[in-house]
Design a protein around this ligand. Structure first.
Ligand SMILES: Nc1ncnc2c1ncn2[C@@H]1O[C@H](COP(=O)(O)OP(=O)(O)OP(=O)(O)O)[C@@H](O)[C@H]1O
Length: 381
C-alpha cells in the first residue's frame, strides 16, 4: 500500500508549519469553514504533477502576508520501501521544484511515484461547464495509468502552439507545417488511445464492482477518438488502430490549414475532445441530472478510477475527498467508507463536523483543524 506516513507543509497557504504523522491510516480533517482543511489536501495534491487540486497560480501558494517560499514534504511508504518527496518554491513566483529522495527531478517524475485521485466541491460543475474541465478529468486518470500521458500532452500542446503561431503570422512554409503536424498527429493519436483505454478501464471497474453509487457510461467525443474507435471496430489491432488514427489526424490537420488560418487556431485534434457521461440506470445525460445525482456520479467515477488504478498498479492511489462525506446520507457515507476500506487506500477527507467520520472508527486518524493567530493549527484527536 502506498500511503503518506508524514506530511509537512511550511509557509503554505494558511499553514505556517503543519506537521502530521499518520501511521499509514486514512486522515479525517474536521474544523470550521476556512480553517485550512482544503489547504492541506491541496498540499498533498502537489505531490503529483501539475498545479494541484485548485489549479492554483504559483503566487497563491506562499503563506501571506510574508509571501516567502513554501514547501510541502512527505515520507511515504511505497511497495518498494520508504520514499521521501518534497516540493516547493524558494521565492514567490518561482516554478516549484521537486525532490525525490533528496535528488532534484523533473516534476513529471511524481506521476510514477505516487498516484493521487481527488474529488473537490469545484468538480460539482464538471458536467455543466466547458469541455476543458472534463478533458482534464480524464487526462488525470489517464496519467495514473500511463505516466507518459502527461509528457505527451505537453508535447502536443507545444507543437500546437507553434502551429497556431504560424497560422496567425500567416507563414506559408509547408515543411514547417508538415513537421509540426507530424508531431501533433503522433502525440495526438497516443493521447486519444490512452484516453480510450482509460474510459474502458473505468467502464470495466464499474461493471465489476458492487457499489451503492450509480454507474456512469462514459464516451469520448472528438475526431481522433472517432477515428480510433472506427479503426478498432474495423478489426485493426490496437497499434494499427493508433497508426490509422495518427494518419487521419495528420491528413485532417494538413487539410484544415486554410480553415485554421481564418480561425487563427487549430480546430481539430485531441484538444477539442469532450467526455460525455450518461447516468446509466436512467439513461440521462449527466449534465441534465440533479445536483445530488451528479455528485453521486462523480463519487462513483472517483472510486472506479481508484479501483482501476489499484488493479493496474497493484497498489491503491491516495484519495483526496474534499467535503464529500457531508453530502451523503448515512447509508451512502457508510458505503463510501466501506469502499475505501475494500480498496485499502489511504483517504484524506475533510468535513466541518467530526461526527461525519464516526463510522470510520479507528480506521482514520482524526485531526481537528483550527485557525489561530499563527495560522492553521492541527490537533490530532
Ligand atoms: N496564500 C495564503 N496565505 C495565507 N492564507 C491563505 C492563503 N491562501 C488561502 N488562505 C486562507 O486559507 C483559508 C481557507 O482555507 P481552506 O480552503 O483550507 O479552508 P477549509 O478548512 O477547507 O474551509 P471550508 O470548510 O470552508 O472548505 C482562508 O481563510 C484563506 O484566507
Amino acid at each position: 500500500m502506498t500511503a503518506l506516513r508524514t506530511l509537512a507543509a511550511a509557509h503554505f497557504r494558511s499553514h505556517r508549519l503543519a506537521r502530521l504523522e499518520t501511521d499509514g491510516r486514512s486522515v479525517a480533517l474536521f474544523g470550521p469553514n476556512g480553517a485550512g482543511k482544503t489547504n492541506l489536501l491541496e498540499a498533498v495534491s502537489l505531490l503529483s504533477p501539475g498545479r494541484g487540486l485548485r489549479r492554483a497560480e504559483a503566487d497563491a501558494l506562499p503563506r501571506r502576508p510574508e509571501a516567502l517560499g513554501w514547501r510541502v514534504s512527505a515520507r511515504l511508504s511505497a511497495p518498494d520501501g520508504p520514499r521521501e518527496v518534497e516540493t516547493g518554491a524558494d521565492a514567490p513566483g518561482q516554478p516549484r521544484a521537486v525532490r525525490i529522495d533528496g535528488k532534484t527531478v523533473p516534476q513529471a517524475r511524481l506521476a510514477s511515484l505516487l498516484r493521487i485521485v481527488w474529488l473537490t466541491p469545484a468538480m460539482d460543475r464538471l458536467w455543466t461547464e466547458g469541455a476543458a474541465e472534463r478533458r482534464r478529468f480524464i487526462d488525470r486518470a489517464a496519467m495514473g495509468f500511463e505516466p507518459e500521458h502527461a509528457d505527451r500532452a505537453l508535447a502536443y500542446e507545444k507543437a500546437m502552439r507553434e502551429r497556431n503561431r504560424l497560422l496567425r503570422d500567416d507563414v506559408r512554409d509547408p515543411r514547417w507545417f508538415d513537421a509540426l503536424e507530424a508531431r501533433m498527429a503522433t502525440e495526438g493519436a497516443a493521447i486519444a488511445r490512452a484516453r480510450a483505454q482509460t474510459v474502458a478501464a473505468l467502464a470495466a471497474a464499474q461493471e465489476a464492482a458492487e457499489t451503492a453509487f450509480p454507474a456512469a457510461a462514459l464516451a469520448l467525443e472528438g475526431d481522433p477518438d472517432a477515428a480510433l474507435a472506427e479503426a478498432l471496430a474495423a478489426g485493426l489491432a490496437p497499434e494499427a488502430a493508433e497508426a490509422e488514427a495518427e494518419a487521419r489526424l495528420r491528413a485532417a490537420l494538413a487539410e484544415g490549414r486554410s480553415r485554421d488560418v481564418a480561425a487563427g487556431r487549430t480546430l481539430t485534434g485531441p484538444h477539442r475532445t469532450d467526455l460525455a457521461a450518461v447516468y446509466a440506470a436512467k439513461g440521462a445525460p449527466a449534465r441534465l441530472c440533479s445536483t445530488g445525482e451528479q455528485k453521486a456520479l462523480l463519487i462513483s467515477l472517483t472510486l472506479a478510477t481508484a479501483r482501476a488504478l489499484t488493479a493496474r498498479a497493484g497498489t491503491p492511489p491516495l484519495l483526496l475527498l474534499d467535503e464529500v462525506a457531508a453530502h451523503l446520507d448515512e447509508t451512502r457515507r457508510a458505503a463510501l467508507y466501506a469502499e475505501i476500506r475494500a480498496l485499502g487506500a489511504q483517504a484524506w477527507m475533510t468535513g466541518t463536523e467530526a461526527h461525519l467520520f464516526d463510522s470510520l472508527g479507528d480506521e482514520a486518524l482524526r485531526v481537528a483543524v483550527t485557525e489561530g493567530p499563527e495560522g492553521s493549527t492541527l490537533s490530532p484527536a
